[in-house]
Structures are given as C-alpha cells and as structure tokens.
Design a protein around this ligand. Structure first.
Ligand code: CTP
Length: 431
C-alpha cells in the first residue's frame, strides 16, 4: 500500500479524477484529496471524501479532522499545518487534472492555494496530468511551463489526443486515462515492482547508434542516428537490475556506466557482435540504425578527385533483426525500432512487425523536426500484435522507461506462456 496525495484543479476532466481515486482505493492505496476552490465547481468534495473515507481540504485554514493522516494511519496528536503534513506523508503527489493556470503557478513557484503550496513543500515525487483545450496546451507559455517543470524532475503524464470537452473539438489536451495515471504513480513509487520484477537479472542486448559503411579509407555512408535512444534504454534497463550488453555503433554520446560495451562500426561488425550475443539474451532491443546497403568494393586507400567522380555499386547488408527473430528460442523478446515518415508511420511499423517476425516495433515520426534524430526528446508509439500504445512526448530517458515498461509486460506474458507450455508438456509426459 502507498499513500497518494491527489490534487484536483479546475477543469471538466475533474470528473475523471473521481475514477482515478476509486481505482487507487481499489488497488489498496490510501488516498487523500485536496482541491482548488475552482475545482469544486466541477466536482464536490463529498464525492471524493465518500470514496476515500477521508476529509477533502480546499483551504489552508480548514480543520483537518484526520490531522494530516492517511486512511488507516493513526492521527497526530497535534493539529498539523495542512499543506506540509499531507504532502510529507505522501509517497507521491499527483495533480490531476492540472489546469494551464495551475501549471503556470507551479512553474513559477506560486503558493496561493493548498494544491500549489503542497507542491512547493513536496519532498516526494510530483506528477502532473495536464488537461485543457488543445490551443491552450500548444501555447508557448504552457509549453515553457511544462518544460520548466520537467527540468525540475516533475513527471508529466499525457495529455492524450482525442475528444475535448468543448463540443465537437478534438486535439491534444485530453487528460490521460485514470488507469494510466495510477500506473504512472505506482511506477514512480516502486519502479521495479511496477514491472513485476520483469527486468531484475534479465540479460538485455541493446544495439545503438548508426553504422558506417566505408567508401574508401576515410569516407563512409552513414546516417543521422546519435545513439541517444539506445543509450537511454541501456541505462534504464541497467537501473532496473538487468545485465546489459550494448553493441555501440559510432555513438555521439558516451555509453552509460554499468553496462558491457562492444564497439562496432559497420553493419557487418554489428551483425557479427549481435549474432554472437543473441543466444544468451532474454531481450533484444535493436535501436541501432543499420545500413541496408553498403559499397560493394570499398577502396583500400583514399580515392582522389583527380580520378573523377566514382561510381558506387551498393550491395544489400544482412537484415540482422529479421535473421535473429527467426532463430529466437521460446521466451526471448525481440524489439525493432523504426523511423517512419508522417501519417503512415504506425502502419509501416506494423508491416515491419509482421514481415520481420518481431514482438514489438517502437516507431517515431521522422517528418517532425522537434523529436527523433539528434534531439533530446522523442515521441513514439509501441506497436505489438495486440495493438498500439502511443507514448507521450518526453525526454529520451523517460521514453526509455515507458518503452521498457511495455516490453516488460511482453516479457512477463511470454514467460508465463512458456511456463504454461512447459507444465502442459510435463503433464502430458506424466512428469
Ligand atoms: N535492421 C536490422 N538490420 C538491417 C536494417 C535494419 O536489424 N540491415 C533493424 C533496425 O535496427 C530496426 C529495424 O530493423 O530495429 C527496422 O529498421 P528499418 O531500416 O526501418 O527496416 P527496413 O526493413 O530496412 O525498412 P525500410 O524497408 O523502410 O527501408
């Protein structure tokens, strides 16, 4: 059980906070709710106190009959200072919905109501779930405020794309779903448990960076991949207790500490290293951008321009992930990464998933200049056989965590399927 403090601010999405509080209670967490006065115009305190079994405060000067305690905990003998006591007792503080106004106040350190004051006093992780009209969300002021909060370590969950409160409008600004908000709180409080221990002691093979195919002794055909995404995946998997091997192709960033690094340059070297390491791994995260073609006859020396414009004849390289996916043993999870253009990105990823026989494809839209190659941020969709999961735009570290969360799920499912098959086999064999 964890203690969750939930701050509700003014917005139509406040009705979804009711469901969030109900889900959190059902999951066994002790919940206290605080509200801004405006949020009371959307949902009354009686609804939240009825579900949590604890008083709901809106103001600093209201008495708290529970004296800052969470349901199930003994109350303090002394009347506490509400904004300090409630957040001091919390394992996580989630503000959902977080209006544009509250985000602005948080970004600038205002403390003019119980919700903002508690955020300023928080020692525990703070999460916010923005919810507003898409024009407000896209306003540079809101973007800057979110950036500032993210920079201070606040976790931003969502918003999602979809139907908005204003009649007939759709766009980015819809609050993330209650189950996802709860999952984000749980992942923040217990990152390892949130993945059901899926990563502890797992052998994870990550490829990162971009291959270079020699034209001559100094020139090559390369690509724009910096390796940031693969490095973030390796670092986050290691932080979750996995044993990580990183096949690193020409990284523009340093590899993380605590992982085994195998340096490669060309697609052929990457193929050899990955093939050798693959049998021992539980998960392959193939984030490297591997050349599909290489010059057939690279010159051993430097080509001279006096020799005229050279004609390069290219030959295909091996599709490493497709080969390895075809050879995988039961229980192994193989994840591809795809950079695709525009609206057809997810369809393209699904086609790769099927054609290469993968368990998941993580796809990003490279037609956008603000995410992907050479940028610290990304916004991806994880495509599996079951469906698609869009992950909100975030730093590559946070995206890596979200990707690992999804892959951890696949790993657990495969593991239990594998166990069931083995048990069935044993039963059939009378073992
Ligand atoms: N990949 C690979 N070996 C290659 C090329 C790609 O293992 N020779 C892997 C990448 O690391 C990535 C996935 O395949 O995980 C998708 O890469 P992509 O180049 O987009 O796949 P292609 O099939 O080459 O895509 P396209 O047909 O669009 O060129």
């Amino acid at each position: 059980m964890s203690r969750l403090l939930i701050g509700v601010t003014g917005g139509i999405a406040a009705y979804k906070a009711v469901e969030l509080v109900r889900l959190a209670g059902r999951a066994g967490h002790a919940v206290r709710v605080i509200q801004t006065p405006t949020s009371r115009r959307f949902v009354g305190g009686a609804t939240f106190s009825g579900i949590t079994g604890a008083p709901v405060l809106t103001g600093e000067f209201e008495d708290d009959p529970l004296r800052g305690a969470y349901p199930g905990d003994p109350a303090d003998e002394r009347a506490p200072i509400s904004h300090l006591a409630l957040v001091a007792g919390a394992d996580a503080y989630l503000i959902a919905p977080a209006s544009a106004n509250t985000l602005a106040k948080l970004a600038h350190g205002h403390a003019d109501n119980l919700v903002t004051t508690a955020a300023l006093a928080a020692d525990c992780p703070v999460l916010v779930a923005p919810a507003m009209n898409d024009r407000m969300y896209r306003h540079p002021a809101t973007e800057e405020n979110l950036e500032r909060l993210r920079g201070r370590g606040v976790t931003i969950i969502g918003p999602a794309d979809g139907e908005l409160a204003s009649h007939g409008e759709r766009g980015l600004g819809r609050m993330a779903e209650p189950a996802d908000l709860l999952a984000a709180c749980e992942a923040t409080i217990h990152p390892a448990q949130a993945d059901s221990g899926a990563w502890l002691g797992r052998r994870v093979l990550v490829t990162a960076g971009g291959t270079r195919e020699p034209i001559d002794s100094v020139r090559y055909i390369g690509n724009r991949s910096s390796g940031r995404m693969g490095v973030a995946l390796a670092a986050r998997a290691a932080a979750r207790g996995a044993e990580v091997t990183l096949v690193a192709a020409n990284l523009a960033v340093p590899p993380p500490a605590g992982v085994r690094v195998i340096e490669v340059h060309t697609a052929a070297q990457l193929a050899t290293a990955t093939r050798e390491e693959f049998p021992a791994c539980d998960v392959l995260l193939m984030a490297a951008a591997v050349a599909d073609f290489r010059p057939r006859d690279p010159a051993a020396d430097k080509l001279r321009k006096a020799g005229g414009a050279p004609t390069l004849i290219l030959e295909p390289t091996e599709d490493v992930i497709a080969t390895l996916a075809g050879r995988r043993r039961e229980g192994q999870v193989v994840v591809g990464f795809a950079a695709e253009h525009g609206d057809a990105a997810v369809a393209g990823a699904r086609e790769k998933l099927v054609r290469k026989g993968l368990d998941a494809v993580v796809v990003n839209d490279i037609s956008r200049a603000d995410i992907g190659f050479d940028t610290p941020e990304n916004e991806v969709t994880v495509v599996t056989r079951e469906g698609e999961r869009p992950l909100p735009r975030a730093g590559k570290g946070a995206i890596a965590d979200d990707v690992l969360h999804e892959v951890g799920r696949l790993l657990s499912v495969k593991e239990s399927d594998h166990r069931t098959t083995r048990a069935d086999g044993n039963r059939a064999a009378g073992v």
